[in-house]
Design a protein around this ligand. Sequence first.
Ligand SMILES: *[C@@H]1O[C@H](CO)[C@@H](O)[C@H](O)[C@H]1NC(C)=O
Ligand SMILES: *[C@@H]1O[C@H](CO)[C@@H](O)[C@H](O)[C@H]1NC(C)=O
Ligand SMILES: *[C@@H]1O[C@H](CO)[C@@H](O)[C@H](O)[C@H]1NC(C)=O
Length: 539
Amino acid sequence: MPRLRGRRLPCAIVSTLISLATISGLYQNLGPRPPPLEGAQEVRWIASSNSWVDRKACKWFGVCGASHLSRKGWTSKTSNEIEAGKQGLLGGARTKDEMDLSDFWISGESRPEDWSQDERVLRKIPKYVFDYAPLVHLYSGEQFWPCDIAEHLLHTRPYRNYTPIYGEPSHNLTDLDSLNKYGRWTYLQSVDNVEDRPDWLGGEQNIPSTPHSGDGDDDEHSPGREWPDKELPHDGADETWYNVGVGDTEDKGGVRPLPAGSPVPIPIDREEEEQTDHTGRKRSQERQVDRRTAGGRSDAPAVLVVVDKGNNVTDAFWFYFYSYNLGNVVLNVRFGNHVGDWEHSVIRFQNGEPKAIFWSEHNLGQAYTYDAVEKIGKRPVGYIATGTHAMYASPGAHPYVLPWGLLHDQTDRGPLWDPLLNTHAYTYDYLNDTLRASTRTPLAPTNWFYFSGHWGDKFYPLSDPRQYRFAGQYHYVTGPLGPRFKNLGRQRVCQGNMECRLRNWIGPGGAGVSDGAGDGEEVSGEDTKVRLAEPQKET
Ligand SMILES: *[C@@H]1O[C@H](CO)[C@@H](O)[C@H](O)[C@H]1NC(C)=O
Ligand SMILES: *[C@@H]1O[C@H](CO)[C@@H](O)[C@H](O)[C@H]1NC(C)=O
Ligand SMILES: *[C@@H]1O[C@H](CO)[C@@H](O)[C@H](O)[C@H]1NC(C)=O
């Protein structure tokens, strides 16, 4: 048995350990599971611990770092922090109060005054993308709110694995990809010990403002479609928009020949004001609805990436960033924390009509038909789980991976966030990996997008008092890669290009379908997907 700090550990934890060991076998037979560490890495990870008992318990029983459950040492200075302090890396951290973060967001390299008409067409975002922008409810008891990547960069420093990269103290949105020369094992590591819960981590200042509304905004939700008794799930497979484009390839950075008969250019190039609906009356009604029900603005910007998939199909990717992901608790033990958290939703359009919506959630993700989802006006409504920020189509508890709801996400109708009110909008050509600031936010920098490292700390070694691992699940996992690595060229609306079944109802009923790739939950830090498809931007 590992050396437990007897009196300090409640019985609950001991029984938890036993339960964890028991269900570990079960766990391993339930996909999706993170890939195990590679042999040498696993050996190094275990060997990092100074405790003989910890090392043996880990190796023989898979109970790694049981003594770390006591929280002793979680909030003390970490060796990395002390090292960083010695190297003078801590001094440069500035806070949001000292600067205007929006300066970073208008520091892009493009010169809109020089854009030709053709160039403007490539940068134009069709109006329907904004008309059908999602609205999302954060959780009422959330502790880790949306954040601004510009601020995240002020509080992180580049590391190569666990070693600071000297002489590279600070980066911003316009020079982040210069770190790519250090290879893909680059991590933006928090300068602060995140267990100390520094303010920037929680993003409390970014809680969406309360919109002005006469009546309660709950009335304005039109509910999603209920689980149909007889109808079979609609999988969309027979629709022309279901499977489009040529898909992402492994060498995303390379220039690829255009396949014959493929992409049609984005058809819409009209100013927003020129758009007309069927009647003027309808328009003003809609505007009124929008004004009454619009969610609040967050100071944390969303990132919109619009991708033309050919066949008159357009995917609108909405990215949401959080500086910290607080994992969920299983039997009293928390797993899966990480620094940096990218989540996204996708709305797929054909001929300007919304067809399908995908919400990212852990290694899974669920797609719905547009008709099925809850709406405010015509805008789809999503729910963001507390801590993990996984996205769902309905409020409530959402079990995943483990049976009996042991592990679940929680969503509710907390603050309503309208990402449209603060968005940096881009178009992306996935065939040659080109991101462009859109005409809506022409000065938005694009450089950060090409950063090929991780947006948070590498999973901590076993020697770190904050780290433990039971049943293959880590307390701290590695921060995710950025939006460029979320399969933007996907042929189907789901993140993986595997099975993608669209639900035409929301809420319980029917089996969720795994679609492969994870969203910031790469437990080993070097998930297989990345290893296979690590793209490098062309130089
Ligand atoms: C971003 O960093 C570069 C290089 O250090 C610097 O020249 C630039 O002024 C910075 N941008 C802002 C908005 O501070
Ligand atoms: C593409 O969509 C537009 C409307 O957004 C429509 O006018 C046009 O006919 C469509 N083209 C094709 C080839 O379907
Ligand atoms: C990528 O393709 C677009 C047209 O689809 C073209 O305008 C652009 O120059 C290309 N960029 C590169 C780097 O090849």
